[in-house]
Structure formats: structure tokens, C-alpha cells
Design a protein around this ligand. Structure first.
Ligand code: NAD
Ligand code: MG
Length: 396
């Protein structure tokens, strides 16, 4: 491609957003920042605008927009500041945009990500919650609008790299037996079970390998992250839940594997740094420098594997059940998990209550078919109400 690609970064102030801007800044002749969005830490967003000089910036509301607009004008920038979900959708679907990095955390990212899909963009998907909530509709929209969907989640990016280019013909057709989804096991892989209820948000967010936002860090500790990724893998690669096996691999050097019928197992390896999948997706099908150091196998020395323990990680079992139930179950799972993680981070519930709340609400909610987006949002809203009631009864 000869022209410079225009990139919108949704969730620019977050962990994935910042890694994306780091990769983009290494290749000014290939990529230009078209729009940056942020929800909090708006001073950080102002700094990023000054550095990357985007055409648009998006903040949560009109008041924040006026304030950022004034700051940027003072700095001599012509960046236009938009507000709210409408602004996010506008910079995702703008005709001049080539690629959209979907890196908002949680359900809040669904509409802006879908706006990019419906505008037929190259969509770099980090916001796994969007796909978990609306899987079938999301994938139909990708096909209908000719969007190019590239996974940023390191595991899915690894699987994507280990699959043949024509995998959309069907996993069985291209000779795939299983997908092996690796997981680090998080900070509590070896914590005595009796101590889990008392672990603090700070301990949960201190991931042994990856540095990430707080919500996904807690998800990694409970392994709900792997559960959401299992559902994500099913949609991205048209796999059945039983075709995806979770393997704990504490070093996080192998980012996932694909097992073929002839006994070949292909893996993608690399240092645990999200700039690798980001650069891979940005430049696909070519390769660019990501700034990640070369892998030093001699320093790593060993790669270990173990099976996940569902007693330790009940969220993984709940996510697998939701994947098998299909319909609205994954959207409900995701919504309650968001409420539970926020309550845990605020100190309102203990660590084990995260799974307790999810299991309780999933048990109360019937699974309904999801044939339009309004059903998804309605189920998401209902699940949040039920989760809120659970919290009233059981929270601090
Ligand atoms: P983060 O918390 O560091 O950043 C989240 C971004 O979303 C921030 O820019 C924030 O301002 C914005 N945001 C939050 N709430 C919003 C709202 N209501 N409306 C609009 N914007 C909002 O999170 P992260 O770690 O960068 O993760 C982002 C997404 O990428 C998540 O879906 C996560 O699961 C996924 N992901 C992250 C990693 C990682 O290494 N961090 C790896 C794989 C996947
Ligand atoms: Mg991941």
C-alpha cells in the first residue's frame, strides 16, 4: 500500500492504546493517527493529541470536550474534539479512516467497534467483550460489510498466524483438530485455595507476566479472561467450544497453538509484549518492526504446561457453559462479570464472590436467542440489574 494509512485508536489512553501509538510512531511513513479517544485521564489524552496531532479526539461528554478543545487550541492544534458514543462511532466510520484499533474495555466498546465493522474498515480487535456479547451478529456484520477483522488478543493473533490463509473454509476442511489456547494462570495459580477470598485488588492486578488495564488483569487472575477468549476464539475461527482446549503455560512465551490432524502442532512464540500482535495486525499481510526485543530462548530455558484446575478457576467453567449454551448466555456472563470485577476493585466483594455472583445471575436468567442487537443490549442491561441486586444482598 503506497498511501499512509489513517488509524483511529479507540481507547487510546489505555494499555493497548498506548502500545498501538508506540508502534505507529515507529512508522510515520506508513501510519498516521486520525483520531484518539479517551474516557478518563483526559490530561493524558491531551498529551497524546499534542504528540500525534490527530484530526479528531473523542471524550465522554460536552463539558470535557470544551475543556480539551480549549487546551488543544492553546497548543496550536486544529484537532476537533467530539463527545460521547456518537463521537466514537463517527471517528470509527469516517470515510477517511483505513483502520480502527478497538481498544475500549468492556461493553462500552460494542457500538463504536460495530460502527467500524459496518463501515467496512480494517478492524483490529482488542475489545474481546464486544465479540463475546454479540458474536453471531458481529461476525455476520463483518461478512456483510466486507470488513477485515484482525485479532489483537495475543492468543487469537497467534492462532490466526498458525492457521492457513483459507481457514474460513472451515477448521475441519483445512485439517485442524484442536485449538490450544494458552493461559499464564495469573497471579493466583499457586495461592492456597483457603487464601483466595482475602486477596486484594492490588494483588489481583499484579500480573506475573503481562502489564495490562485493571479489568483484564482481574479477569486474568480469575481466568474469566481465558473464558472470554474461548468464546472469542469460537466466533473468530468458527470453532465449537469442545475444539478449544485451555493450557496453562506460565512463561507466556507460546501465545497459542493449532493442532492438525497429521499430528503437526504449530505455535507462535514471542516475548509477552502486545506490540507484537498489534504490529502484526496493523501491517498484515506484511511485517513491520514492533520494537519488541528478539526472543532469547537460552534465557527462558524452559517452557512448562499444566491443565487448568476448575475448582481454582470456576469462571473458566462458567464461561465454557455459557459458550455451550449460546444465545444470550455469553452477553449475560460478560455483563455480570463487568459488575463483579468493578465491585471487587472497589472493595465491595471478595475475590471468590466474582464467580459466586456470575453463577447466581446466570442461573436466574433464561437463555434467549439473539437475533438483533437490541436483544443483546436488553440482556446486558437486565443482567446488570440482577448483578446489582446480588450486590445489594451480598456486598459490603
Ligand atoms: P485499559 O483499562 O488500560 O484501557 C481502556 C481504554 O478504554 C481507556 O482508553 C479508557 O479511557 C477507555 N474506556 C474505558 N471505559 C470507557 C467507556 N465507558 N467509554 C469509552 N471509552 C472507555 O484497558 P486495556 O488493558 O488497554 O484493554 C482494552 C481492551 O483490550 C479490553 O477489552 C481488553 O480485554 C483487551 N485486551 C487487552 C490486553 C492488554 O494487554 N492490555 C490484551 C488483550 C486484550
Ligand atoms: Mg489474551
Amino acid at each position: 500500500m503506497s498511501e499512509v494509512q489513517q488509524v483511529t485508536v479507540l481507547g487510546a489512553t489505555g494499555s493497548i492504546g498506548l502500545s498501538t501509538l508506540d508502534v505507529i510512531a515507529r512508522h510515520p511513513s506508513l501510519y498516521q493517527v486520525f483520531a484518539l479517544t479517551g474516557f478518563s485521564r483526559l490530561d493524558a489524552l491531551a498529551q497524546l493529541c499534542i504528540e500525534h496531532r490527530p484530526r479528531f479526539a473523542v471524550v465522554p461528554d460536552a463539558q470535557a470536550a470544551a475543556s480539551l478543545q480549549a487546551t488543544l487550541a492553546e497548543a496550536g492544534l486544529t484537532t476537533r474534539v467530539l463527545a460521547g458514543e456518537g463521537g466514537l462511532c463517527e471517528v470509527s466510520a469516517h470515510p477517511e479512516v483505513d483502520a480502527v484499533m478497538a481498544a475500549i474495555v468492556g461493553a462500552a466498546g460494542l457500538r463504536p467497534t460495530l460502527a467500524a465493522v459496518e463501515a467496512g474498515k480494517k478492524v483490529l480487535l482488542a475489545n474481546k467483550e464486544a465479540l463475546v456479547m454479540s458474536g453471531a451478529l458481529f461476525m455476520q456484520a463483518v461478512k456483510r460489510h466486507g470488513a477485515v477483522l484482525l485479532p489483537i488478543d495475543s492468543e487469537h493473533n497467534a492462532i490466526f498466524q498458525c492457521l492457513p490463509g483459507d481457514y474460513a473454509r472451515g477448521l475441519q476442511t483445512v485439517g485442524v483438530r484442536r485449538i490450544l489456547l494458552t493461559a499464564s494462570g495469573g497471579p493466583f495459580r499457586q495461592t492456597p485455595l483457603g487464601q483466595l477470598q482475602a486477596v486484594t485488588p492490588e494483588q489481583a492486578c499484579a500480573h506475573p507476566v503481562w502489564s495490562m488495564g485493571r479489568k483484564i488483569s482481574v479477569d486474568s487472575a480469575t481466568m474469566m479472561n481465558k473464558g472470554l477468549e474461548l468464546i472469542e476464539a469460537c466466533w473468530l475461527f468458527d470453532a465449537r467450544p469442545e475444539q478449544v482446549e485451555v493450557v496453562i503455560h506460565p512463561q507466556s512465551v507460546i501465545h497459542s497453538l493449532v493442532d492438525y490432524v497429521d499430528g503437526s502442532v504449530l505455535a507462535q512464540l514471542g516475548n509477552p509484549d502486545m506490540r507484537t500482535p498489534i504490529a502484526n495486525a496493523l501491517a498484515w499481510p506484511t511485517r513491520i518492526d514492533s520494537g519488541v526485543a528478539p526472543l532469547d530462548l537460552f534465557r527462558i530455558g524452559q517452557l512448562n504446561f499444566e491443565a487448568p484446575d476448575e475448582q481454582r478457576f470456576p469462571c473458566l467453567r462458567l464461561a465454557r457453559q455459557a459458550a455451550e449454551a449460546g444465545g444470550s448466555a455469553p452477553a449475560v456472563l460478560n455483563a455480570v462479570n463487568e459488575v463483579a470485577v468493578a465491585a471487587f476493585l472497589e472493595g465491595r466483594i471478595g475475590y471468590l464472590d466474582i464467580a459466586g455472583m456470575i453463577e447466581s445471575v446466570l442461573g436466574q436468567e433464561p437463555v434467549v436467542p439473539v437475533d438483533d442487537l437490541e436483544v443483546v443490549f436488553a440482556m446486558d442491561a437486565r443482567a446488570r440489574v440482577l448483578a446489582g441486586q446480588w450486590l445489594e444482598r451480598n456486598g459490603r
